[in-house]
Design a protein around this ligand. Sequence first.
Ligand SMILES: Cc1cc2nc3c(=O)[nH]c(=O)nc-3n(C[C@H](O)[C@H](O)[C@H](O)COP(=O)(O)OP(=O)(O)OC[C@H]3O[C@@H](n4cnc5c(N)ncnc54)[C@H](O)[C@@H]3O)c2cc1C
Length: 454
Amino acid sequence: MTEEFFRIAVVGTGPAGLYAADELVQQDRIPVRVDLIDRLCTPFGLVRYGVAPDHPRIKSVTGALSTILEHPLVRFLGGVELGSDIGRSDLLACYDAVVYATGLAADRPLGVPGEELPGSHSARELVSWYSGHPDAAQPFSLDAERVAVVGAGNVALDVARILTKPAAALSYTDMPEPVLAALRASAVREVTVIARRGPEHTRFTTKELRELDTLDGVSIRVPADETLPASDTVAERSVRANLALFEKWSGVPAGERTITFRFWRRPIEIRGEKAVRELVLEHTALDDTGQLVATGGTETLPVGVVLRSVGYHGMPIAGLPFDRSRGVVRQHAGRIVDEEGRACSGEYVAGWLKRGPSGVIGTNRADSADTIAALLDDLSTSGGPRAVRSLDDLLARNGSRPVPLSGWRAIDSREIALGAEAGRDRIKITDWSVLRTLGAHEAPTPVVSNYGRE
Ligand SMILES: Cc1cc2nc3c(=O)[nH]c(=O)nc-3n(C[C@H](O)[C@H](O)[C@H](O)COP(=O)(O)OP(=O)(O)OC[C@H]3O[C@@H](n4cnc5c(N)ncnc54)[C@H](O)[C@@H]3O)c2cc1C
């Protein structure tokens, strides 16, 4: 008798998808096989293409995540995009349950005139470029002396740091050589980080702020006209620590390269004839009800690049019920629900696509565990596996060849070898065709057990 097992698709191989797969294969309530599907030829999502290249300790979580990919009950199917190569109905026909963990691929706009001018970008675009994402526009122009970064979270600090740090201090990273060359030739001298509220309201973590103090040859300054609340008047420890840093940087003069913090300002227009030349800011304050309001004052910042870092946002995916205002999939305890709150049978969500862009990498573990707990409750009372079709057949019919784990290993080895030639741990490969060629290995062994019912 053939062993029966539930076939689960996890779409997205960032931390949320990988932790979801781990939860599935580590439990013993029901027998499962897990297909991990990603549109990229490479796993790890934003750990590979978001976490800053000069934070290798954080990136090293890929070591632990790799053991999940290696599990015998898990298959990696890279280069398979939900929405183009396969659809939601294909997944529902081929699997007993589907976990969507595709993250958030869009960014919030500022919603101001001039946002479409050349030189106005999202921080995500810059991050994708310096992280060697195969979809990133090449090259990224760094010929402006002044850059504005709009936003008050750690991604804003990442981009400010990468743009001002001496390129020599980045030459050990996995950045592609053209990126390092562009950073070496960069004209950027000053990055102004703009927060619409006060220094006590920012979402910077103290560790990332403090790191700025260690940058060689970079002045960190808060202009003397900024009013800073005294740090010892604030109860929350992390805010107190941030304020102490801002106090320390208050009135520091600009240097050869400078990061400047500006508070209580928000953009109202980006100006320029053919490209960004100025960013117009209005001054803000909190009114008696705690609402952010304009005070009437404005100022103009001469800048050649504006980077918005005001949050990642999801795009409606494959017809799943979507909360447009929050930019996430509608769900309850990880079960995808329609507008009336009815569960979409067999469909689950995890990670940023479920809860929005919050938390650290580890937050996704507990989040995925909650989702998988709901999935296991449902499947263990479902009466047994019922998926009838084979994704492998479907992909073969469409002429799609997924990148298996051995294909990812080949890409990984080539990147490590490229790095070794240059005295680095790794150099990222950015070219889709090279990634696909390296990843083109034998198709992974299909899971056969339930196909007999077709
Ligand atoms: C710039 C930046 C820096 C960060 N730095 C840190 C840090 O230093 N420390 C930290 O703890 N956290 C950091 N984070 C947060 C961390 O990266 C996230 O918590 C985490 O990656 C979210 O995981 P996820 O799996 O939900 O999404 P993601 O990591 O985005 O993974 C989603 C996956 O889905 C795939 N996918 C998308 N669409 C499709 C589709 N249609 N079909 C198939 N596959 C698809 C993508 O290719 C990707 O592999 C950072 C985030 C950003 C943006």
